[in-house]
Design a protein around this ligand. Structure first.
Ligand code: MN
Length: 759
């Protein structure tokens, strides 16, 4: 793969220039000037990688230099990290050993390089759980030295920036993994700038057309925003000058990915995303004690000029986010009569927000530091040390904690605890102390008695009530949310838990047999999807316990198929499998073909068994129900069936990271479609005649038929789920737009599946 070619004089000059820039960045920083060891690391790495090239054709050494540049410039780290970044691939890719690094560069650097080597190698491995396992290793090392994970972030960022030179199927996989693991991790570490860039780059490779379209629109509207910014800025600047506050006023443009996410979520066109521009005021405040006072002085100055929206103040100065983010956010009415967000931060807060905890160290004074990050790392360590958790389960639990937004509760003494959203009294009890959890019988929240199942709300003051006679129960596992509580309970009832899983497996087998449904991997996966359970064990446990009703399946998933109107005609193209040959599945030559196109007019019925038996078998995933026009991918499952998901489907994201080698790109070729079912949800005010107007809009649109409609009303508001037969995404979008024009309709969106309607 890698050819050894000598560098040309131009390339030599390019390498030296890149390195000179790195040195300059370092020397301009506040760090101690350990330039000698950096020089040594650079010469060593350059020599070790000599003659090797990256896929783009560049000399390999350009990559470690670029990673070191990110480490120095964007993360603000010092010489140890810069050396480690320069050396991060030498153990992995050359004859150098960790021992060599230790002898030449000392303990610290060799530990970091060793950590980076351990988590590199198989990140794109073929084993199903390889990535989860690697991720576990990553976090283990991370709790030893956070610099390992920061350098890994820089490595990933550079690889994403240069992803263009990879073949398309690898791009998709790497982009998916970035979106699934690295961007949320960056967010959790408080690396906002990097998180935003990673998301944007992933989006660019996953939805290339939309990326180009939105970038163009953003470009075309930039003059308007510049003018608005100038109009808003001038009076603020004058006012701050009067107050004697020195500050920089910056314009912040929403990223392409965030714009797209908002459009999707609210089903609105680009033109209606009103918060593309935000204003950021970064003030200088050498005396840290005066920061808070300055924030509110600026708040007061801004609101003298522009009317604030009272429900949109976010005070992260008094209560920083768990990842360390501090700032004061408000929304004001701009001169164009539109709401605009204003962020107020000190220079220190801004540094921490952009560079994360790395910058935190810069401001650290005296002994500390019981920071939130330390606590977070501690919980991760506890998880990792639990020998029982299998890797994928671990990743799920970890992800759950990573994504869940947080709530704040108070202890009776007034201390603040940060918990994931949805946490119960029992979670808090276990979080405070295992013993407290085991004896918990309830709590007092604002002087009222609540049961252990009570879901905590932000701001609750909670006093845990215990009894020595309380006995933990195995079904507590269904009450708790947090990994810590779950692990404690699981430990106590390990035996019982496994018995129930075995019972669940048996019950399901009997059920499938009784209804003559084939008992294969595909069926089981579909049932997991149907119930929305996180994994097979969890589902089997619930079936075993009887808390999932299998009979329900006969009314929904396995309903008599003849009554269904699902008849579709379209073509699907599947791309290359990305994995390599270690995987048994891929040794089967019939599945190894690079491209398989179904024949024109192939008929596919609901369960998508292909009629003539040729071509790939596939089915449409029930979790996201893609229709022609959606960006999709195929996942080849163990039974040889391609499952077609939307690219942004959360289930697909997970598959991409855990089973990347079984992912194929897929696209709708031509579609001469009779009709697809799609469900839209309409919310609005419940007034006389409104339903009639909705139905009028639907039936006036060509070739759209309503197949099902359910209506819920609650206190003057209604929610309607309407399943319609349409041809493609464009139909649905047009339909949503037209319904939105009706008076008193507040929201219209396509919902993932018509499952909600069936229930
Ligand atoms: Mn690398």
């Amino acid at each position: 793969m890698e050819e050894k070619v000598k560098n040309t004089p131009e390339e030599e000059a390019m390498i030296e220039a890149a390195y000179a820039k790195l040195k300059e960045t370092y020397l301009n920083s506040n760090h101690r000037k350990h330039i000698d060891i950096i020089n040594k690391a650079f010469r060593y790495a350059k020599h070790a990688h000599a003659g090797v090239r990256r896929r783009s054709g560049e000399p390999y050494i350009m990559h470690p230099i670029a990673v070191a540049q990110i480490v120095a410039e964007e993360l603000g780290l010092g010489s140890t990290s810069i050396c480690s970044a320069l050396l991060h691939d030498v153990v992995e890719d050359t004859d150098t050993s960790v021992e060599d690094i230790k002898n030449l560069f000392g303990d610290k650097i060799s530990i970091i390089v060793d950590g980076l080597t351990k988590i590199s190698g198989g990140v794109f491995g073929t084993q199903a759980s390889a990535q989860a396992e690697n991720f576990r290793k990553l976090l283990l090392t991370m709790s030893e030295d956070i610099r390992v994970v920061l350098i890994k972030m820089a490595d990933r960022l550079h690889n994403m920036r240069t992803l263009g030179s990879m073949p398309p199927h690898k791009q998709l996989k790497i982009a998916g993994e970035t979106q699934y693991i690295y961007a949320p991790l960056a967010n959790r570490l408080g690396l906002y700038a990097i998180k935003t860039e990673l998301e944007d780059l992933s989006f660019k490779y996953e939805h290339p057309d939309k990326y180009v379209e939105l970038s163009k629109k953003l470009e075309a509207t930039s003059n308007e925003r510049d003018k608005l910014f100038a109009d808003i800025k001038q009076p603020i600047r004058e006012k701050l000058a009067e107050l004697g506050i020195s500050a920089e006023i910056q314009s912040r443009i929403k990223s392409v990915y965030s714009i797209w996410k908002k459009m999707e979520k609210k089903a609105i066109p680009f033109e209606e995303v009103y918060d593309i521009l935000a204003i950021r005021i970064v003030f200088d405040c050498p005396d840290l004690k005066e920061e808070k006072q300055h924030c509110w002085a600026i708040y007061s100055a801004v609101t003298d000029l522009y009317k604030p929206r009272p429900d949109r103040i976010r005070d992260w100065v008094n209560t920083p986010k768990a990842n360390g983010y501090e700032a004061l956010h408000l929304t004001v009415m701009g001169p164009d009569n539109k709401w605009i967000e204003v962020q107020i931060r000190s220079r220190r807060m801004d540094d921490i927000a952009e560079k994360g905890f790395a910058a935190h160290w810069k401001y650290k004074t005296g002994e500390q530091d019981d920071s939130e990050l330390e606590k977070w790392l501690q919980t991760i360590k506890e998880q990792l040390e639990n020998p029982d958790s299998n890797a994928i389960d671990f990743l799920d639990t970890f992800k759950m904690n990573l994504f869940a937004s947080e709530i704040f509760v108070y202890t009776p003494k007034g201390d603040i605890k940060t918990m994931p959203q949805g946490s119960t009294v029992l979670d808090l009890a276990f979080d405070l102390h295992t013993e407290l959890g085991m004896q918990c019988i309830g709590a007092k929240v604002s002087h009222k008695l609540v049961p252990i199942t009570y879901k905590l709300q932000s701001g609750d003051q909670v006093e845990i009530l215990t009894s020595k006679r309380q006995q933990p129960k195995s079904d507590w596992i269904e009450i708790v949310q947090t990994a810590k509580a779950r692990n404690c309970i699981r430990q106590m009832f390990r035996k019982e838990y496994h018995t129930l899983i075995a019972m669940g497996v048996k019950k399901l087998q009997e059920f499938l047999k009784k209804y003559n449904i084939s008992d294969d991997h595909d069926t089981v996966n579909r049932i997991i999807e149907h119930y929305g359970e996180p994994n097979k064990d969890e589902m089997m446990y619930k079936i075993g316990k009887g808390s999932l009703d299998l009979q329900e399946l006969t009314k929904t998933m396995f309903k008599d198929k003849k009554s269904s109107r699902w008849v579709k005609i379209w073509d699907l193209t599947f791309g290359k499998l990305t994995g390599n040959n270690n995987n048994n599945l891929l040794n089967n030559p019939s599945k190894e073909e690079t491209k398989k196109t179904t024949k024109n007019g192939l008929k596919v019925t609901e369960n998508n068994k292909n009629e003539d038996g040729n071509g790939p078998k596939y089915r449409i995933a029930e979790c996201c129900c893609p229709i022609p026009g959606d960006d999709i991918l195929g996942f080849l499952d163990e039974s040889g069936v391609y499952i077609v998901h939307k690219r942004q489907c959360p289930v697909a994201l997970k598959l991409k990271s855990n089973y990347g080698s079984q992912i194929v790109s897929a696209s709708w070729e031509t579609h001469r479609v009779l009709s697809f079912p799609a469900t839209i949800q309409v919310k609005g005010m419940d007034r006389i005649g409104i339903l009639g107007e909705i139905i009028d809009v639907i039936s006036s649109m060509l070739k759209i038929n309503i197949s099902r409609l359910t209506l819920d009303t609650d206190d003057g508001l209604f929610t309607a789920n309407i399943t319609v037969y349409i041809r493609d995404v464009e139909d649905v979008n047009n339909l949503c737009m037209n319904i939105l024009k009706i008076k008193d309709i507040n929201a219209v969106e396509r919902v993932a599946t018509d499952k909600a309607v069936l229930k």
